[in-house]
Design a protein around this ligand. Structure first.
Ligand code: PMP
Length: 373
């Protein structure tokens, strides 16, 4: 196993930095017009793993460049790869903070185990990535609502076609400045297609890992949603049509139970959903506030329909690093359109959660979740 390798992690202290030449520097775009993930910064981080050379090599920050792969590289054939997504925010005090990177590192190592790729010490990668963000700090946008997206990626690069563990790997990190994830049409709330004929993840599968192989097959379903005029897919699972995730977000339902108590419910970490950093943060916030009961449990479409009919469904929203919190306004399910009154209340819960997380991310309040780089 990788644990037996002599070099079980790379080390920040061994990192080298090569700065881009003036002619390699790119012009910085206007973030208000940026679509997600289209423009990248001047530098990237690269760390190779070669079992034959003792494991992890020295990390290097270098000018942003294309990578060169053997045509048989396992990542290209068997999707032996995984990634993460986290963000750096420029605070009102000018300081740049990264949101809960320790949780992304834990998840990244779980994904690595799930792909047979080498694990590493997450603290070392955080230090390397912080340095990368520092090198490209002028790319961290200045307007609140925008941020610098950080995409660590780990790929299996053995140039051999056997469906087997990759003995060499490349971990790299790229950065892109981002404005708001979703376009602002439709009053900024989402319409969803919930079609039970499609499944994103299943028990014993790897839906709880951030592996590229979970995402490719979603494109055709996303296209179907778009054709029906819906913005995102609400992924259902099982004969009882359990809600699992929405697009690339976790989902929350805020409702009033039969006794009149307000409950915030979200699907459990049962292997069918990605353990979102935003999801965990929202659960922890609600527990800290102590006003609303939080339940991690299965939610079915039947329950959503009943709650909506009885006017007990208050809000539905998605959560994820890209959009933080995104209100949901309708679900198209079995040829009926279910209207969700998420945006029809004064002082909605999704907005309170969003405001609190933004206050932490942009340094309005000092909080241990926001790590200054
Ligand atoms: N589910 C899926 C499938 C995702 O890709 C993401 C984005 N990482 C999430 C949920 C939300 O996770 P997080 O809050 O960590 O961004």
């Amino acid at each position: 196993t990788y644990e037996d390798d002599s070099q079980v992690t790379f080390k920040y202290s061994e990192m080298t930095t090569t700065f881009a030449e003036p002619h390699q520097l790119r012009s910085k775009p206007d973030v208000s017009e940026l679509k997600f993930g289209q423009v990248f910064t001047d530098h990237m981080l690269k760390v190779f793993y070669h079992q034959a050379l003792g494991g992890w090599q020295k990390p290097a920050i270098i000018p942003f460049e294309n990578i060169s792969l053997h045509p048989a590289a396992k990542v290209l054939h068997y999707a032996i790869e995984l990634f993460e997504g986290l963000k750096a925010y420029r605070g009102i005090d000018g300081k740049v903070r990264v949101f809960r990177p320790d949780l992304n590192m834990r998840r990244m190592n779980l994904s690595a185990k799930g792909s047979g790729l080498p694990t590493f010490d997450g603290i070392e990668l955080i230090k390397c990535m912080n340095r990368l963000v520092q090198v490209d700090q002028e790319w961290v946008p200045h307007t609140e609502g925008s941020s610098l997206y950080i995409r660590p990626t780990l790929i299996g690069i053995d140039g051999t076609l056997g469906v087997a563990r990759s003995e060499s790997a490349l971990l790299y990190t790229i950065l892109c400045p981002v404005g708001s994830y979703f376009d602002k049409t439709s009053n900024n709330s989402l319409s969803l297609l919930a079609d039970p004929t499609y499944t994103r993840a299943w028990p014993g599968g790897c839906g709880d890992r951030k592996m590229g192989s979970n995402y490719g097959p979603t494109i055709r379903v996303q296209n179907k949603a778009a054709k029906k005029g819906c913005q995102q897919v609400l992924w259902l699972y099982g004969d009882d049509h359990q809600l699992t995730e929405v697009g690339t977000m976790n989902i929350f339902a805020f409702y009033v139970n039969e006794r009149g108590d307000k409950i915030l419910a979200t699907p459990p970490l049962n292997g069918l959903i990605l353990p979102g950093v935003t999801r965990q943060s929202i659960i922890e916030l609600i527990l800290e506030w102590g006003e609303i009961e939080i339940q991690q449990r299965t939610i079915t479409m039947h329950e959503i329909i009943t709650l909506q009919r009885e006017n007990r469904l208050l809000e539905l929203f998605g959560s994820g690093t890209a959009c933080i919190v995104s209100p949901i306004s309708s679900i198209e399910y079995m040829d009926t359109a279910i209207q969700i009154p998420t945006k029809e209340h004064a002082n909605p819960l999704y907005q309170r959660v969003l405001d609190r997380l933004a206050a932490i991310q942009y340094g309005h309040i000092e909080h241990p979740w926001a790590m200054p780089i």
